[in-house]
Design a protein around this ligand. Structure first.
Ligand SMILES: CC(C)(COP(=O)(O)OP(=O)(O)OC[C@H]1O[C@@H](n2cnc3c(N)ncnc32)[C@H](O)[C@@H]1OP(=O)(O)O)[C@@H](O)C(=O)NCCC(=O)NCCS
Length: 149
C-alpha cells in the first residue's frame, strides 16, 4: 500500500512535534526560533504528516530577492526513507521558485555524507566550505540549487 504523506504549511499546534524532532536530530538551535519564524515568514515553514503525525519539517527564508536559504530540515528517525524528506525539499523549492529567486542555498555538516548525497540527488551542488562553522568546530559545506526559469 502506498504511504500517504501530507505536505502542508506549519500551524502553531505543530510546535511540539517540530521541537521533538529537532531535539532528537540536532544538538543546537533555539526552539523559540521556530515560533518567531512562523510569525515572520510562515510560507517557508512546511511540515510532513503521516497518519496524523508530524514526521518532518523544513524551514527556509528569503535572504534577498535572488536567494532563498534553507535553515533547518529534518525527518524523525523512525520515519525516514519513506519519501517525506524528498517531498519537503521539493515543496520548499517550489515555494521559493514562485517568489522568483534564482538560487537556493544551504549549509550542511561536512561529515553528514548522507544529507550531502541526498541534496545532490535533488540537484544541489557544492560551492564551498566554511571552516569551524558549527559550535563544535565542524566545517560546513555550502550547497546551491539553481532555479530553472
Ligand atoms: C536528510 C533527511 C531529511 C532525509 O529525509 P528522508 O525522509 O529519509 O528522505 P527520503 O525518504 O525522501 O529519502 C531518503 C532515502 O530514502 C529513499 N526513499 C525515498 N522514498 C522511499 C520510499 N517510498 N521507500 C523506500 N525508500 C525511499 C531515497 O531513495 C533515499 O535514499 P538515499 O538516502 O540512500 O539516497 C533525513 O535523513 C534527516 O532528517 N537527516 C538528519 C538531519 C539532516 O541531516 N538534515 C539535513 C542537513 S541540515
Amino acid at each position: 500500500m502506498k504511504l500517504l504523506i501530507i505536505i502542508r504549511k506549519f500551524q502553531p499546534h505543530d510546535f511540539s512535534w517540530v521541537i521533538d524532532i529537532e531535539k532528537k536530530v540536532f544538538d543546537e538551535h533555539d526552539p523559540y526560533f521556530y515560533m518567531q519564524f512562523y510569525e515572520t515568514c510562515s510560507d517557508g515553514f512546511i511540515v510532513a504528516e503521516i497518519n496524523g503525525f508530524v514526521v518532518g519539517y523544513i524551514v527556509g527564508f528569503l535572504m534577498s530577492e535572488e536567494t532563498g536559504r534553507i535553515f533547518s530540515f529534518a525527518v524523525h528517525p523512525a520515519y525516514r526513507n519513506r519519501g517525506a524528506g524528498s517531498a519537503l525539499l521539493k515543496e520548499i523549492i517550489n515555494v521559493f521558485s514562485k517568489t522568483g529567486v534564482s538560487e537556493i542555498i544551504l549549509e550542511v555538516r561536512q561529515g553528514n555524507t548522507r544529507a550531502k548525497k541526498f541534496y545532490e540527488r535533488h540537484g544541489f551542488y557544492m560551492t564551498g566550505i566554511t571552516e569551524n562553522y558549527y559550535n563544535d568546530g565542524e566545517n560546513a559545506v555550502l550547497m546551491k540549487f539553481r532555479v530553472e526559469r
